[in-house]
Design a protein around this ligand. Structure first.
Ligand code: C6P
Length: 401
């Protein structure tokens, strides 16, 4: 992997050579090809899809639907199993609002965990309250991981839904999701996987995983904002009712009846985010051309270097030392994560601080928040050194108070 060549694909990095962007878990930067694909659609077409009876609209529709094919291939899904949403949050909510509200009843159980992002956990808390189903949590092990053994301890014949993250946005741990899916299927439960932090960083094959649903966002995989995907097994999507009604998803409407288009269109109400979808497909092609396995290895190497260097500094609490992806969550002893973050900003190091929309795990860790650095394909060893230097500065500066 030629990181310098890759960096040259990203205008933000070209224009800001001193920038150390370590916040890709929040949002990845966008390469030229993605920006160009969005611009090309806007400048050469810029018209609606599925509606116009004219050449430009047919062309836009073709691009939009070809993008669905590309994104489906990216995770080894079928065309009709890809529903476009505003992002991972909207996709995760769609599963809960549609599948959960339709099929859960009092006495049923939903399994989730304290590692979840709010967008994975809260929709099920809401649906359980409304349906009378019970929400259960996989006990985390001492490192804060979901293990297969712990999952077995909460799985029962009453389990109907399992909603778990594939990769935690705070701890970066990879959930043993394939084994969990197999066990969940043995009791007839469906599994909704939050893939927001997984799909951008590792090869995903939904058929091999056998997951029922997988949600992810475009902006974390070098794509545009405001677009994401719900993968759902076709037979499940067919059984599920739409949760939004209106333009484009309707088939026949009379004063007292309505029918809907086939899956996936019945879930895509209104004018879609056409440029977002086209840009997202381009991002999938871009990442595939570099290789997801190469990207994962690169992130791991940078993370290992960072951990080795961080461990040389006294007074740093690393919460996820054994993590296998590119995320480091830590605190400088006695320093509020936001105070520490201000030092990073002064050094042009972009990191995130706080609870990362995952309050269950921050309270499990016994803290108000963490400082989080996250690596991606365009990061370098120099980024790591500047980051470690900033940690030292934060410690020296605030440690004197
Ligand atoms: N995590 C982070 O900085 P949206 O915002 O809908 O694109 O993605 C929601 C989401 C769902 N699951 C996980 C595991 C996530 O990490 C995120 C987004 C960002 O960690 C913003 S809070």
């Amino acid at each position: 992997m030629d990181v310098n060549k890759i960096r040259n694909d990203f205008p933000v990095l070209r224009d800001n050579p001193d920038l150390h962007y370590l916040d890709s878990a929040a949002m990845a930067l966008k390469p030229d090809c993605v920006i160009k694909a969005c611009n090309d659609y806007n400048s050469k077409l810029g018209v609606n899809v599925h509606r116009g009876v004219y050449r430009l609209s047919y062309e836009a529709t073709d691009l939009y639907e070809e993008a669905r094919e590309t994104i489906a291939k990216f995770i080894n899904a079928s065309f009709e199993e890809i529903v476009f949403t505003r992002g991972a949050s909207a996709a995760l909510n769609l599963v809960a609002e549609s599948y959960g509200m339709e099929f859960l009843k009092p006495g049923d159980e939903v399994i989730t965990s304290e590692l979840e992002h709010h967008s994975s956990h809260m929709p099920w808390m809401n649906v359980c309250r409304k349906t009378g189903a019970t929400l259960k949590y996989v006990p985390l092990d001492k490192e804060g991981r979901i293990t297969v053994e712990a999952f077995k301890s909460v799985l029962t014949s009453k389990t109907k839904v399992v909603a778990l993250t594939y990769v935690s946005n705070v701890m970066g741990y990879i959930t043993p999701i394939k084994d969990i899916i197999r066990l969940a299927h043995e009791v007839g439960a469906v599994v909704s996987v939050d893939g927001a932090q997984a799909v951008p960083h590792m090869s995903i094959d939904v058929k091999d995983l056998d997951c029922d649903f997988l949600s992810f966002s475009g902006h974390k995989l070098c794509g545009p904002t405001g677009v994401g995907c719900l993968y759902g097994k076709h037979k499940l999507l067919e059984m599920m009712p739409p949760i939004e009604f209106g333009g484009d998803m309707a088939d026949t409407v009379t004063k007292d009846s309505m029918t809907f288009k086939a899956t996936p269109y019945k879930f895509e109400t209104g004018t879609p985010m056409v440029e977002g979808v086209i840009g997202l497909a381009e991002a999938c092609k871009y990442l595939s051309s570099i290789g997801l396995d190469n990207i994962a290895l690169h992130e791991k190497k940078l993370r290992e270097l960072a951990i080795t260097e961080l461990k040389k500094i006294d007074g740093i609490k690393i919460y996820n030392e054994s993590c296998e992806t590119g995320i480091i969550s830590f605190n400088v002893d006695g320093v509020h994560p936001h105070d520490a973050a201000s030092v990073f900003d002064n050094n042009n190091v972009c990191i995130r601080a706080g609870h990362h929309c995952a309050q269950l795990i921050t309270s499990w860790l016994g803290t108000i928040g963490t400082v989080r650095a996250s690596f991606y394909l365009y990061n370098t060893e120099e980024d790591v050194h500047k980051f470690v230097e900033s940690v030292k500065e934060a410690k020296d500066f605030f440690g004197t108070f």
